[in-house]
Design a protein. Structure first.
Length: 277
């Protein structure tokens, strides 16, 4: 363990083996840091934060900050939990909840790039990537393997499904189902094709997901009829059930599909997309 002499580490903090803590870092009371972590200079780890092993937290980040919420008052015991092998880059802010015993949760193998903001009560699954200057408001939920481009703004209580992709500068005010691509024009244009391939999904799985997304967004059906048609299909795969159930459980509604793609083939849609990128 290597702690710089200018770092301020509470005697009530639990520091694992082989942890490096840089100059002027501040580690508050009731913090637990797992083995083999790197805490850079000027990082602040707030009270009631737990950090898993092999995490790297870079210059100026604040993990476990008090929330930006009028309902919070001094003495609230709420928590921030960071999984293992997660990377938190420069000036990221992660806030804990405003109410007793609730938790902001970041999963394993997550990458938060510089200047990302994670609001209170947010839940982020494993292997999520969030690019620079993206901000997630309170209570947002992000599924495993989702990817955010830079400068994305996500409204409170929105849900982003597993393996979804959010384009640069998007404003997300409703839920994005699993496996979908939301472009910077704030409309869903189809499946996250590259993400599905990288996740190791078979041709059968990718085709079933593509058909479900097309039926729901691009065949001119209302939500109820589209979901019924998807569920009536033969040999409905678990990924399709996941897509359908996510939509059924939505409280904020679903981000819209691109109206230009209604009634056209996948080949025509891909041609239009290629001409606008």
């Amino acid at each position: 363990m290597a702690i710089h002499p200018t770092a301020v580490v509470s005697p009530n903090a639990e520091i694992g083996k082989n942890v490096e803590i840089g100059p002027y870092a501040v580690i508050d009371d009731d913090v637990r840091i797992g083995d083999d972590c790197f805490i850079d200079a000027h990082v602040k780890i707030g009270q009631y934060t737990t950090i898993g092993p092999r995490c790297r937290i870079y210059f100026g980040a604040f993990v476990g900050a008090e929330p930006q919420d009028h309902r919070f008052y001094k003495g609230i015991q709420s928590y921030t939990e960071i999984g293992s092998d997660t990377v938190i880059r420069e000036y990221v802010t992660i806030h804990r909840p405003p109410f007793e015993f609730l938790k902001t949760t970041i999963g394993n193998h997550v990458l938060l790039m510089a200047f990302v903001h994670i609001g209170h009560d947010v839940i982020i699954g494993d292997r999520v990537t969030i690019a620079n200057n993206t901000a997630l408001s309170g209570h947002v939920q992000v599924g495993q393997g989702a990817v955010f481009s830079g400068c994305v703004l996500v409204h409170q209580f929105c849900r982003i499904g597993a393996l979804a992709m959010v384009g640069p500068g998007a404003h997300v005010g409703q839920d994005i189902p699993p496996f979908c691509m939301l472009r910077e024009s704030n409309v869903i244009t189809g499946p996250n094709t590259i993400g599905l391939r990288r996740a190791g999904m078979s041709n059968e799985q990718r085709l079933a997901i593509r058909r479900a997304i097309r039926t729901f967004f691009f065949e001119g059906l209302n939500a109820k009829n589209a979901l019924e048609q998807i569920e009536r299909g033969e040999n409905v795969l678990p990924e399709v059930h996941m897509f359908v159930n996510f939509i059924k459980e939505s409280h904020r509604g679903i981000m819209p599909g691109n109206p230009k793609f209604v009634g056209i083939s996948d080949e025509q849609r891909e041609l239009i997309e290629s001409q606008t990128t």
